[in-house]
Design a binder for this molecule. Structure first.
Ligand SMILES: C[S@@+](CC[C@H](N)C(=O)[O-])C[C@H]1O[C@@H](n2cnc3c(N)ncnc32)[C@H](O)[C@@H]1O
Length: 306
C-alpha cells in the first residue's frame, strides 16, 4: 500500500497516550487522514475501540482500507470533527486526538488545488463545501483580503499584495495567483507558502473549527479523558495553549477581583505538556513537514461524570 502521508510526532503521540490513558473504552481520532496515528493506536491498545473522523471522503476511503484488519474495532464518520463530536456525548471516551490541518496527499495532489501550480483555485478539505479559494481571491473586498494576509500569513506587505490581487481579477488558478504574487515581489516560495496557507485557513475556517473542536471535546470529556492536539501554525498553537491554561485554572474570577468568589473549584483537568512536544532533528530530516508541528496534551479530571 502506497501511503501518501507520513504521520508526524507518531512515537511522541503514542507515548503521551500510553503514559496517561485508560487503555479501554473509545478513542476518537478527529482527523483520521490516512490512518497513520489511528493504526498505531489500534496496535498499541488492543482493547480500544476507535472512531475515525474526516471531512475528506478520499482520506476516509483510504483509511478504511488501511484499517480493514481492525474493522471490528473501528467506526468511521465523514463530517467536520466539530459536528461529529456532538454525536459522541455519553460514550466512555478515553482519548481524543486532533492532528489539525491538511494531509500531504491534499497538499501534493494537484487536482485538490493546494499546490502552487494547480489549475484551479480550490483548497477545500471537504469537496462538498461550496466556498473555495476562488471566492476568497475573487470576491473578498480589500479589507477582508488584507485581514487574511495580515492575520494568518503575518505578511508585512499585506496592502500591496491585496492590491495586486484585486487589480488582476479574475484569477482562475493557483498558478495565476502565484504569478500575481510574483509580480507583487513575492518571488521566494518560502514567502509564498504562508500566503497560500492563509487562504487555505480562511477557506476551511480552520481556526474557528479548532475552537469548536475544543468546545465539543470539553462537552464530551469524562473524568480521565486524554486530549492530544497537534498543530502546524502559531495561531493554532496559541489557541490550544490558552484553552488548556483556561481549563487548568482553579479560580476563574476576573484578575482584578480582590478575593476569590468562584469557589476556586473550577479546574477541568491538568496540562500534561508544560512545553509543546516538537519533532526531533531526525524526524524533520525525514519529513520536513514535521518542522512546525507542536503536540500538546491535557487530562480531564472533571468531565461529564466529574
Ligand atoms: C494532518 S492530516 C491527518 C493525518 C493523520 N493523522 C494520519 O496519520 O494519516 C489531517 C486530516 O484531517 C482532516 N481534517 C482537518 N481538519 C478537520 C476537521 N475539522 N474535521 C474533519 N476532518 C478534518 C483533513 O481532511 C486531513 O485528511
Amino acid at each position: 500500500m502506497n501511503i501518501p502521508h507520513i504521520p508526524v510526532l507518531l512515537n511522541e503521540t503514542i507515548d503521551l497516550f500510553k503514559r496517561h490513558m485508560n487503555p479501554k473504552g473509545y478513542f476518537v481520532d478527529c482527523t483520521l487522514g490516512f490512518g497513520g496515528h489511528s493504526e498505531a493506536v489500534l496496535e498499541n491498545f488492543p482493547e480500544i475501540k476507535l472512531i475515525g473522523i474526516d471531512q475528506d471522503k478520499d482520506a476516509l476511503s483510504f483509511a478504511k482500507k488501511r484499517l480493514e484488519k481492525y474493522s471490528d474495532r473501528v467506526q468511521f464518520i465523514n463530517k467536520r470533527a466539530s459536528e461529529a463530536l456532538k454525536e459522541l456525548k455519553g460514550l466512555d471516551i478515553s482519548g481524543v486526538l486532533a492532528d489539525i490541518g491538511v494531509s500531504s496527499y491534499q497538499l501534493d495532489n494537484k487536482e485538490r488545488g493546494f499546490t502552487f501550480d494547480a489549475d484551479t483555485l480550490d483548497m477545500r478539505m471537504n469537496k462538498d463545501q461550496k466556498f473555495s479559494a476562488y471566492d476568497v481571491v475573487n470576491f473578498y473586498d480589500r479589507n477582508q483580503l488584507e485581514e487574511v494576509l495580515k492575520k494568518y500569513a503575518e505578511e508585512r506587505q499585506f496592502r500591496k499584495i491585496a492590491d495586486f490581487i484585486i487589480k488582476h481579477r479574475p484569477l482562475n488558478s493557483n498558478r495565476e495567483l502565484a504569478d500575481v504574487l510574483h509580480k507583487a515581489g513575492i518571488k521566494d516560495k518560502k514567502r509564498m507558502a504562508p500566503i497560500f496557507q492563509a487562504i487555505r485557513i480562511e477557506v476551511n475556517n480552520e481556526l474557528k473549527e479548532l475552537e469548536n473542536i475544543l468546545n465539543n471535546v470539553e462537552n464530551i470529556a469524562k473524568n480521565g479523558t486524554i486530549l492530544g492536539i497537534i498543530t502546524f501554525h502559531s495561531l493554532e498553537d496559541r489557541i490550544v495553549k490558552n484553552r488548556f491554561k483556561e481549563w487548568a485554572r482553579k479560580c476563574i474570577c476576573p484578575t482584578e477581583a480582590f478575593k476569590c468568589e468562584c469557589g476556586g473549584n473550577n479546574q477541568k483537568g491538568v496540562i500534561l505538556t508544560k512545553k509543546p512536544i516538537v519533532a526531533s532533528k531526525e524526524e524533520i530530516k525525514n519529513n520536513p513537514r514535521s518542522r512546525s508541528a507542536k503536540l500538546r496534551g491535557f487530562k480531564f479530571t472533571k468531565g461529564e461524570n466529574g
